[in-house]
Every structure is written in structure tokens, then in C-alpha cells.
Design a protein. Structure first.
Length: 236
């Protein structure tokens, strides 16, 4: 019962042909035996039917091999994209069973990427161009990820590797721009131009630099006044 929806998926059938064929054979045997039970509810009558024990023993052995094949399959996907280790087997299978619809990865993004609620697709769901936090903050990607390219189509683990790299590149870019803008923009406008985590990172960089300068110049008291004024400017 648990394996049935998995092996009904065309994507899984394509990627696990041997296991899918084996499961289909077992499924036919099981349904035939259940029809016998329906026609003869008495357990003695069913037990008297020839070959039933052998059929179920054979089915159990085949199911063990199928489940091992399925586990090995999931392991290869996790080794290719290690963040899949954050997902349980059921979640991962739900993604791999519907690779034709890339948007089905959305409910699992928060498990794979801490702090990321979703990614933004274009209207045709073929391009990913931004990431979105749980608070709704958006970071546009420096490069788009084409989930429908020949090498990515149907291979969710491959385009998720691209997404991860693009996330890193995009955050590097936005933090760099934030650091530059901090020095030339009013602080009150700068802090609302960037996502909260980027603001905190830049603020920590400049705080460390300015505290060091204040200590070297023995002007810590003056720097305290500056910090207090910055707080007042923000809350006003």
C-alpha cells in the first residue's frame, strides 16, 4: 500500500524500471489473491487454494529487494544534493515522483534551506529568479536557474545544486552592495533597502571597524554618543 503511489509515478517508473516492473508483478498477484478472499471469505477455503503461501513468500522476498533498490536510489540523490538528507524518505519521494512540476519542491524548501520559505518561478515555472524568506524578504538571483534546460529537465537534484550555488553568489553580491552603500547613504534609508540579515551583517562589519578605530584613538565615549544617535534615528 505504501509503495503503490510511488510506483504509479511515470517519473519513478522511468528512473527505476526494474523495481517498477517487479512491483507491478507483485501487485497483480496480490489483487488476484484478494479476489479469491472476496469470493471465499472463510480462511480455510482460502488456505486450501494451492500456491498462496508460496506466492506471498515470493512477494515478500521481491518487496525487500524493491525497497532496497528504492533506498539505494534515494541515497544516490542525497549524495548528489546533500541537502536532501534534511528530508525524510516520504518528502523526498514526493519530489522525485513529480519532476515534471518543479513547483512541487516549494513545500520542502524550508527544510532544505534554513530561512528560505520558497523560490520565485516565472509564469511558465521554467525559470527560478529569486529566493524568498519566511518574512517575505526577496533576494533576486544574480543568474537565473533554468529548470527546463536539457541537462536539468526531470533532474530536480541537478537544478537544486544550481539554486544553491546561485543563492551563495546572490548573497555575496547583495552583501557587497550593502557594504558599499553603507558608506555613502543615510543609515536610515540604507537599512530599509536590504534584507534584515544583510543589514545585520554589514552593521557588524562596520561596528567592528569603528570600535577598533575608537579604541585606537581613545574616543570610545564619542563613539557611544554616535551609536545612541543612530538608534534614535532608527526609532523615530
Amino acid at each position: 500500500m505504501q509503495l503503490e503511489p510511488i510506483f504509479l509515478s511515470d517519473d519513478i517508473k522511468r528512473q527505476l524500471p526494474e523495481e517498477s516492473s517487479g512491483f507491478a508483478t507483485i501487485d497483480v498477484t496480490f489483487r488476484e489473491r484478494m479476489k479469491q478472499v472476496e469470493g471465499s471469505p472463510g480462511c480455510l477455503g482460502v488456505a486450501a487454494a494451492g500456491g498462496i503461501v508460496e506466492d506471498f513468500k515470493d512477494a515478500n522476498e521481491k518487496l525487500e529487494k524493491i525497497q532496497k533498490g528504492l533506498k539505494d536510489y534515494l541515497e544516490t540523490k542525497r549524495l548528489y544534493f546533500p541537502r536532501f538528507f534534511f528530508l525524510n524518505d516520504a518528502d523526498l519521494l514526493s519530489i522525485l515522483a513529480e519532476t515534471k512540476d518543479p513547483t512541487l519542491v516549494q513545500p520542502h524548501m524550508a527544510k532544505a534551506f534554513e530561512g528560505i520559505a520558497s523560490v520565485r518561478f516565472n509564469e511558465t515555472a521554467t525559470i527560478i529568479n529569486a529566493m524568498i524568506s519566511a518574512e517575505g524578504e526577496v533576494v533576486d538571483f544574480t543568474n537565473i536557474v533554468d529548470v527546463d534546460s536539457p541537462e536539468n529537465r526531470g533532474n530536480v537534484e541537478k537544478w537544486l545544486v544550481e539554486v544553491e550555488k546561485t543563492m551563495i553568489d546572490s548573497l555575496t553580491d547583495v552583501v557587497s552592495r550593502s557594504n558599499k552603500d553603507y558608506a555613502c547613504k543615510p543609515r536610515t534609508s540604507w537599512c530599509i533597502d536590504y534584507p534584515g540579515q544583510v543589514v545585520l551583517a554589514t552593521d557588524c562589519i562596520y561596528w567592528t571597524k569603528e570600535v577598533t578605530e575608537a579604541l585606537n584613538a581613545k574616543r570610545v565615549a564619542d563613539y557611544e554618543k554616535k551609536l545612541n544617535q543612530q538608534l534614535l534615528d532608527i526609532v523615530q
